[in-house]
Design a protein around this ligand. Structure first.
Ligand code: 5GP
Ligand code: ZN
Length: 133
């Protein structure tokens, strides 16, 4: 993946503000943070998204997210924490190398990760339950 920016960052070809590194992952500060400390978990292996990531790497990413959340919460004294992971343009993915957003949250911060709640109709419920069988 010669042109993938996150491959280059994850593998150290492009310098980054690195919070953590091991043989499988690098965790870096996001250049356009939603909040103070917003970071990204990048696997060193190129996989585009959740649909492509091997099970074991996905499990390792989640375990690392938990460790990073613990450490960042203590270090930054944040009040809450969001894990965000976008897949596909429709879902807001802009860099097509799997990554998990680690977003520290602070009381009364202005981070907008909300949506307008809809209503689950009986029709939708039946349709979805049928399709998911
Ligand atoms: P996505 O929208 O794909 O889920 O998130 C991509 C994230 O990567 C964005 O939050 C954006 O600010 C961040 N980003 C994009 N390019 C770079 C970069 O070159 N360096 C760093 N540190 N973050 C980047
Ligand atoms: Zn890549």
């Amino acid at each position: 993946m010669g042109e993938c920016i996150f491959c280059k960052i994850a593998n150290g070809e492009i310098p980054s503000a690195t919070l953590y590194e091991d043989d499988k992952f690098r965790v870096i500060l996001d250049l356009s943070p939603a909040s103070k400390g917003h970071a990204l978990i990048l696997p060193k292996q190129h996989v585009a998204n959740l649909y492509e990531i091997p099970d074991e790497l996905a499990a390792d990413a989640m375990i690392l997210a938990k460790k990073m959340a613990d450490k960042m919460t203590k270090a930054l004294s944040c009040d809450g924490f969001n894990l965000v992971q976008n897949n596909g343009e429709a879902a807001g993915q802009t860099v097509f190398h799997f990554h998990m957003h680690l977003i520290p949250r602070y009381d009364k911060d202005q981070v907008g990760l909300t949506w307008k709640p809809g209503t689950l109709t009986d029709e939708d419920k039946e349709e979805i339950l049928e399709k998911m069988k």
